[in-house]
Design a protein around this ligand. Structure first.
Ligand SMILES: NC(=O)c1ccc[n+]([C@@H]2O[C@H](COP(=O)([O-])OP(=O)(O)OC[C@H]3O[C@@H](n4cnc5c(N)ncnc54)[C@H](OP(=O)(O)O)[C@@H]3O)[C@@H](O)[C@H]2O)c1
Length: 322
């Protein structure tokens, strides 16, 4: 018999790739879509449940009797204010877990997509694992940390749930991080890049990790799904090398970014206008090397990732055509 999955965030970047994979593996897929969501190429392939994370009846019908619930819906500070981020990421997770508890037929395992950002290395250039839980910086991280606790409670109270923590996801369809990275590597007009480093993971590797967490993860466990740890300069150079593009020549000094934090914070406090989604703490973080290990996922889930170069051609083809 075919298995049925419920996917929140099915219309987003990661959700679209996950749904394509589940369909290719023979699953029946139910997707949560808002009335305004762009269903893209999946419009005719999914069973759509129309509503949002605050529509309890829609959520219950979405998860009812499914074999798996993949909770990907979330929002970041680039597209919403702090209160909305908190409401959607933490409040929305609470509502979805309530729907799982009160469905007519209990759903199977829930896989929650948090972020690696709730963990951090203890020193610049060190490598963080799942145990390196740190005080959240900004509304996005704190809302994800709160949602993680709710999911942990659900798992320890008789539910089945696993949390995955992707690092920075790179791949076709991502109009934020991937687009910026490709522009910095290929567009001579983008003459600067930021200091600091990060773990970059291809979207197909994250999808593999999410599915493996459903199949083989330990109940209540957390798994970092990362990729290569690179400075931004290394990432941009390697993409430029693959594409024959222009490497951005100038690094913005860390001091300039640190200085921007308080300015933005003050403008926000005085005017009430959200100028830019970061304050002084976020500015400091933006210049650090935030590196991660996915060893636990490798050992327990069989997770693996490809080097950045493997993911560039598909992302580049999408970038050029969009
Ligand atoms: N991309 C990354 O690098 C990265 C890294 C770590 C973790 N994550 C996490 O992975 C998940 C997916 O990320 P993504 O990059 O695919 O994000 P995305 O492209 O922005 O997609 C977000 C999805 O959430 C949905 N959504 C937002 N608010 C909602 C609401 N109130 N009710 C129902 N659905 C709502 C969106 O629906 P609409 O289509 O209607 O907008 C969309 O389907 C998120 O939870 C994110 O925090 C992402």
């Amino acid at each position: 018999m075919t298995k049925t999955a419920a996917v929140t965030g099915a219309t987003g970047f990661l959700g679209t790739h996950l749904c394509e994979r589940l369909l290719a593996d023979g699953w029946t897929v139910r997707g949560l879509a808002r009335p305004t969501s762009d269903r893209g190429g999946l419009a005719d392939s999914l069973e759509w449940h129309v509503g949002d994370l605050f529509d309890d009846r829609t959520l219950r019908s979405l998860v009812d009797g499914t074999d798996a619930v993949f909770h990907l819906a979330g929002i970041g500070l680039w597209s919403a204010d702090a209160a909305t981020v908190e409401r959607v990421n933490a409040g929305g997770t609470r509502r979805l877990l309530e729907a799982c508890r009160h469905a007519d037929v209990d759903p199977g395992r829930l896989v929650f997509t948090s972020t690696a950002g709730t963990r951090r290395p203890s020193e610049d250039g060190g490598v963080a694992d799942e145990t390196d839980v740190v005080p959240p910086v900004g509304a996005y991280q704190s809302s994800k940390a709160e949602a993680e606790e709710l999911v942990d409670d659900y798992a320890s109270a008789g539910g089945e749930a696993v949390t995955v923590h992707p690092t920075s996801i790179f791949g076709p369809g991502d109009e934020t991080f991937t687009t910026q990275l490709l522009a910095m590597a290929t567009d001579p007009a983008m003459a600067v890049y930021l200091p600091g480093g990060l773990s970059i993971v291809g979207v197909s590797d994250v999808v593999d990790g999410v599915v493996a967490a459903f199949e083989r993860g330990e109940n209540g466990a957390h798994y970092i799904l990362g990729g290569e740890n690179l400075t931004l300069e290394q990432a941009i150079s390697r993409i430029a090398h693959c594409t024959g593009g222009h490497r951005a020549p100038l690094e913005v000094p860390a001091a300039a970014i640190h200085a921007a934090g308080p300015v933005v914070e003050t403008v926000g406090a005085v005017s009430g206008i959200r100028v830019f989604p970061f304050d002084r703490e976020m500015a400091r973080l933006a210049t650090k090397r935030l590196y991660y290990t996915s060893e636990r996922a490798r050992d327990e889930l069989g997770y693996d990732y490809d080097p950045l170069e493997e993911h560039v051609p598909e992302a580049m083809a999408w970038y050029r055509s969009s």
